[in-house]
Design a protein around this ligand. Structure first.
Ligand code: ZN
Length: 328
């Protein structure tokens, strides 16, 4: 594995390769993008490229030398990952990072630290990083990753160079999935679509066997909510209650529904439209389009986006779900 094999992130690749080739790699980066888009992968392979004993002409890691193998295997002090200890990343963790970064590595090696989900840094922990962002040792590099940069302190943001990671094209993700897992193309295409073009999430869906579960739930929800029967809706709520306390899973369920309803709406308004997400077959979308009618589909899309907004602002997951299922 190396930076060149990062899937579907041409801009991030270009920014990082240009920096490597010009010898202008920054001391502070903010990798911004959805969970599973390849941020940690890129950070690890940047560390490999910077420390590689026999880099390629492009400046990428050879992926074979002892340094590359040690970093890939997670047993090299040149690359450390820090994640939340519980829901937050605490000051003890950033203090340990700063202390470790102060230890000079051998020769011209670089030390790369990744703080995953940096939006979980407590204010004190974030402040503690300012020192290494302002006056980093020449060999030190700090990479913060997040899908929610707005919650980071401006003092930290202003000292980092931003590298954006975006959802990739569905064909690119599908092709990568087939190559990585050997899954049949049709299944890979469905996982790519359900993930919204985020390779890590699509891989997760395929490997965990949750693809069928998510598709099934979304289909049942569209069918049940198309009818007025309150008892059916309560059954559906019970089924969805298993996700009630898991914000991420619930956001996935609501997100799946939002895309299905949006696609149904597009199909109802423009039957010839080609911009559908590919998450559901046209029969299901056409059924929803006919069963709900345009005004209710608009309402469903609107209520879902509000429920998802509420979730992002740390609203009660179960309330967000109940509000939607009983009111759409
Ligand atoms: Zn190497």
């Amino acid at each position: 594995m190396s930076l060149s094999t990062l899937v579907g992130q041409p801009l991030a690749k270009r920014l990082l390769f240009t920096a490597i080739q010009r010898g202008a790699v920054s001391h502070g980066y903010l990798f911004v993008g959805p969970r599973g888009a390849g941020k940690t992968y890129a950070a690890r392979n940047l560390a490999k490229a910077l420390n590689c004993e026999t880099p390629t002409a492009e400046g990428d890691a050879c992926d074979r030398c002892p340094s590359c193998r040690a970093i890939e295997g997670g047993v090299d002090a040149a690359f450390r990952i820090i994640s939340g200890d519980g829901p937050r990343i605490k000051i003890e963790q950033t203090r340990a990072l700063v202390a470790d970064m102060a230890l000079r590595p051998d020769g011209d090696r670089r030390k790369v630290y990744v703080i995953r989900e940096a939006d979980r840094l407590t204010p004190n922990a974030a402040n503690n990083l300012l020192k290494v962002l302002e006056e980093p040792p020449p060999y030190g590099l700090l990479i913060l990753t997040t899908d929610n940069p707005a919650t980071l302190p401006a003092t930290v943001l202003s000292r980092c160079q931003v590298v954006p990671f975006k959802p990739a094209s569905l064909p690119a993700v599908t092709e990568a999935l087939v190559g990585l897992t050997g899954a049949p193309a049709e299944q890979a295409a469905q996982a790519a679509a359900m993930s919204g073009g985020v390779l890590g999430q699509a891989l997760d869906l395929l490997r965990s066997g949750r693809l069928a579960e998510r598709l099934g739930l979304a289909r049942r929800a569209v069918a049940v909510l198309g009818r007025a029967n309150v008892l059916d809706r309560i059954d559906l709520l019970e089924e969805m209650a298993q996700y009630g306390e898991d914000r991420e899973r619930l956001a996935e369920v609501l997100g799946d529904l939002a895309v299905l309803y949006r696609d149904s709406l597009v199909l109802a308004l423009h039957p010839e439209h080609h911009g559908l997400s590919g998450r559901a077959d046209r029969d299901l979308l056409a059924e929803a389009a006919a069963g709900y009618g345009v005004p209710r589909l608009f309402r469903a899309v609107d209520r879902l986006s509000r429920a998802l907004d509420g979730l992002r602002r740390n609203g009660q997951p179960r309330l967000a779900m109940e509000y939607f299922v009983l009111n759409v």
